[in-house]
Write a protein that binds this ligand. Structure first.
Ligand SMILES: NC(=O)c1ccc[n+]([C@@H]2O[C@H](COP(=O)([O-])OP(=O)(O)OC[C@H]3O[C@@H](n4cnc5c(N)ncnc54)[C@H](OP(=O)(O)O)[C@@H]3O)[C@@H](O)[C@H]2O)c1
Length: 242
């Protein structure tokens, strides 16, 4: 029987790629995002039976409840949706900038987990949670402190989740540098503080969403128990055989 996977932020970028790969692999997908882009609408037309689109913010508990009900249960959840703005230095970014970042990237996930976890515990094929994190969690990057801290919080939540929910495999994934709107926003911002060599290095390592998308989709369907609680690089050794 096909698995049912919740994917947040499937309107574009990495999330859209993950949703498409899952659908192609025969999974049922519930996509949660605020906008329905041309890319997501095209998937809706192609996968009329296996894709449900729930339009709204994943930070809204009613939206998550609707998503859980869309196919009558869940086997996996990919928390990919997120923001990297506002940018701002510690000395200048007002507290509400930090709050906005954490409201989406952290509290949105925490709220959704409270609704999703009881559903996942009953998954016949073994349940999985994939948290899309970032390498920013491990670095001090000027003006990106709120984003980096929000991703570090996700990594910590992942470890707690793995320790508390023995029947659920939970992994945090760093997707690399990925050519999406979020990456574009970073490159515009980084011009103000980063040496050109750093931007060139980022550009040289940048990949298309489908590349980490394949790994994230594979983790959602079959991440093994030994990865639970781990923070994984999208092209690291741990995921080579997935
Ligand atoms: N691109 C990179 O280089 C990179 C590197 C490291 C980590 N990441 C992480 O990868 C994930 C995906 O980013 P991306 O690069 O694919 O960015 P993107 O192209 O800007 O897409 C972001 C997605 O998040 C969704 N989203 C944002 N707020 C939401 C909300 N409140 N409710 C529902 N959906 C929401 C957006 O959908 P709507 O606007 O339609 O709601 C969109 O689908 C993020 O968690 C990001 O931090 C990206």
């Amino acid at each position: 029987m096909s698995q049912t996977v919740l994917v947040t932020g499937a309107s574009k970028g990495i999330g859209l790629a993950v949703a498409e790969i899952l659908l192609r692999d025969g999974a049922q997908v519930v996509a949660v995002q605020r906008s329905v882009t041309a890319g997501l609408a095209a998937l809706q037309q192609k996968y009329t039976d296996t894709l449900r689109v729930v339009q709204g913010s994943f930070t809204d508990e009613d939206i998550i409840r609707r998503a859980v009900a869309a196919f009558g249960g869940l086997d996996s959840a990919v928390f990919n949706g997120g923001v990297n703005e506002p940018f701002g230095a510690l000395a200048t970014l007002p507290p509400d900038g930090w709050q906005g970042m954490f409201e989406t990237n952290v509290f949105g996930v925490v709220r959704a987990l409270r609704i999703v976890l009881p559903e996942l515990r009953g998954a016949a094929a073994g349940a999985r949670v994939v948290l899309v994190s970032s390498d920013a969690a491990n670095h001090g990057i000027p003006t990106m402190g709120a984003y980096a801290a929000s991703k570090a919080a996700l990594n910590s939540i992942n470890r707690t989740l793995a320790a508390e929910e023995q029947s659920i495999v939970s992994v945090a994934v760093h997707p690399g540098v990925v050519r999406t709107d979020m990456y574009t926003a970073f490159t515009v911002e980084a011009k103000a503080f980063a040496p050109p060599e750093l931007l060139q290095m980022a550009e040289a390592s940048a990949v298309e969403p489908v590349e980490p998308g394949r790994v994230i989709a594979a983790l959602a369907l079959r991440a093994p128990k030994e990865l639970s609680g781990k923070y994984i690089h999208w092209n690291g050794e741990e995921v080579a055989g997935l």
